[in-house]
Design a protein around this ligand. Structure first.
Ligand code: F6P
Length: 535
């Protein structure tokens, strides 16, 4: 019923210019929400009071509050895998008891956090040594959720990076590991094998390559390896001393795992204390998500704006545009978080989804994106809702003038999307340049910006570990709320399986051991061509 109300509201308001909503002087304040010093402004969208009310009702009717409680209390809401969803336990520094199958999971979570802290500090201080002395370089081998979070976090928190150099290898393309290992000293390198399952082919192949590289020089390479995984049997079989194995439970999903052992590389980079501040930020957002009324709740509002734009207005993609160079990899991280979580065509009950699944998420930091794809955002034929983010302050006081320029650019883009430039304005500009007649008309038309394009802006104080934790938890919960509203299980990822199976079956065809009988003509033709070129 509420879906219908929302579609009706959209039909009734879709031709209204967003700018007209600002005739209400209180709009910016009314269509913004705060969490501490963080401000989420969604006033530059076509959402009005009636729409917001309907969206909040939608969340309530979908059972967001009940599902939220179920998640935080360890119910097995990942029904297709029969698992609880408790990445929030990893940042539960208050140690509020959380039970799974009758057992409080917190003592083990805290014990692992403590062990991670000791190990990280031993590596950072030089107390943990490689064959050649103190560790100078750490190579994290993992992919997807075992890579994207720590990679993004290490870049994001670069001003706090005072530990050894960090390198990340994810792609099975040998070029990746070859480029990373080139120039490293195996005697002072620590390798972290990060894999929840410890079976992912890319990661295990790269781990073998790293072991062989190290083994050429280091007598006992396994002594310079640590494992971050929930499969302790496999880490043992790989020969890694249990002292350097940091385990977690199956209730931590890969793309939600950077708060625990998968975050160890980040912890080594920034230190245990800063890592705790990151966890504290996540915990603070958890509390806000659990306690704030839906209409003031940041993750809920982000989700509702997302549902409005994608499922109601029909905008299939959303651009994430951090005006923060250090959030360079946030869009890639969010692609996995959002698209692996909510890219499903079947709802929780096994029926076809009644509406579109989650959006295509993409983006790049500003101002770089402005000189690349913003053209299409401003003047293309499709509407792309934009999510701007910017810190009030940078980490370089001596470059404050550059930061002000960055902020001005961020705000200018959302203003331009809102206002646009009319044909009259464009004509006036071109007439001043001396054009007239048909040529004036033609040139002016190219310079028209339709405007009326929706965007939101998230302002945070400064990208400290704590604020970074708040931002990541904010997006996690946004994905959760969208998933609940769509009736999706946001915590499985069956869609990645088929390709994995087919790759295994194709390997002998590529090597020539199998003739690939039964494969389609295109695939066989491509293999033939590659084999002919590769010799
Ligand atoms: O691509 C699927 C996936 O299972 C992701 O969900 C996960 O983050 C990634 O592979 C890596 O998995 P693992 O940590 O088990 O190596």
């Amino acid at each position: 019923m509420t879906w219908k109300t929302l579609h009706d509201l959209h039909a009734a308001t879709k031709d209204r210019h967003i700018l007209s909503l600002f005739e209400d002087p209180a709009r910016a304040e009314a269509f913004s929400a705060r969490f501490g010093d963080m401000l989420f402004d969604f006033s530059k969208t076509n959402i009005d009071a009636q729409t917001l009310e309907a969206l909040v009702s939608l969340a309530r009717e979908a059972g967001v509050e009940e599902r939220r409680t179920a998640m935080f209390t360890g119910e097995k809401i990942n029904e297709t895998e029969g698992r609880a969803v408790l990445h929030t336990a990893l940042r539960n520094l208050d140690e509020r008891p959380i039970f799974v199958d009758g057992e409080n999971v917190m003592p083990k979570v805290m014990e692992t956090l403590e062990r991670m802290g000791h190990f990280a500090e031993a590596v950072r201080s030089g107390q943990f040594k490689g064959q050649g002395g103190a560790i100078t370089d750490v190579v994290n081998i993992g992919i997807g959720g075992s890579d994207l979070g720590p990679v993004m976090g290490t870049l994001a928190l670069a001003p706090y990076h005072d530990g050894p150099r960090l390198h990340y290898v994810s792609n099975v393309d040998g070029a990746h590991i070859a480029d990373v290992l080139k120039g490293l000293n195996p005697e002072t390198t620590l390798v972290l094998v990060a894999s929840k399952t410890f079976t992912t082919i890319e990661t295990m192949t790269n781990a073998d390559t790293a072991k062989a590289w190290m083994g050429k020089v280091v007598k006992d390479p396994a002594a310079q390896f640590a494992a971050l995984s929930s499969n302790l049997e496999k880490t043992g079989a790989y020969g890694i001393d249990p002292e350097r194995v940091f385990g977690f439970e199956d209730w931590v999903g890969g793309r939600y795992s950077m708060w625990g052992p998968i975050g160890l590389p980040l912890m080594i980079a920034i230190g245990a204390e800063n890592f705790r501040a990151f966890l504290a930020g996540g915990l603070a957002m958890d509390k806000h998500f659990c306690e704030a009324p839906l209409q003031e709740n940041l993750p809920v509002l982000l989700a509702l704006v997302g549902i409005w734009h994608n499922q109601i207005c029909g905008h299939a993609t959303r651009a994430v545009l951090p005006y923060e160079q250090r959030l360079l990899r946030l869009p890639a991280y969010l692609q996995q978080l959002e698209m692996e979580s909510n890219g499903k065509r079947v709802s929780m009950d096994g029926k076809d989804l009644e509406r579109n699944s989650g959006p295509v998420v993409w983006g790049e930091p500003g101002t770089n994106g402005q000189h690349a794809f913003y053209q299409l955002i401003h003047q293309g034929t499709r509407v792309i809702p934009c999510e701007f983010m910017v810190g009030a302050e940078g980490h370089e006081p001596e470059l404050a003038h550059q930061h002000r320029l960055l902020v001005a650019n961020c705000l200018a883009q959302s203003e331009a999307l809102l206002r646009g430039r009319s044909l009259e304005e464009a004509t006036e500009i071109m007439a001043k340049k001396g054009l007239e007649g048909e040529e004036l008309e033609r040139q002016a038309r190219h310079r028209v910006f339709p405007g009326n394009r929706p965007s939101t802006t998230l302002v945070y104080p400064k990208l400290t570990p704590e604020v970074f934790g708040q931002i990541i938890a904010l997006y996690e919960h946004r994905v959760f709320v969208e998933g609940v509203i769509l009736g999706i299980n946001s915590f499985d990822q069956w869609g990645v399986e088929l390709g994995k199976e087919l790759a295994l079956a194709l390997e002998p065809v590529v090597t020539g051991e199998s003739d690939g009988a039964g494969k389609d003509g295109s695939t066989l033709g491509l293999v033939r061509h590659i084999r002919a070129l590769a010799g």
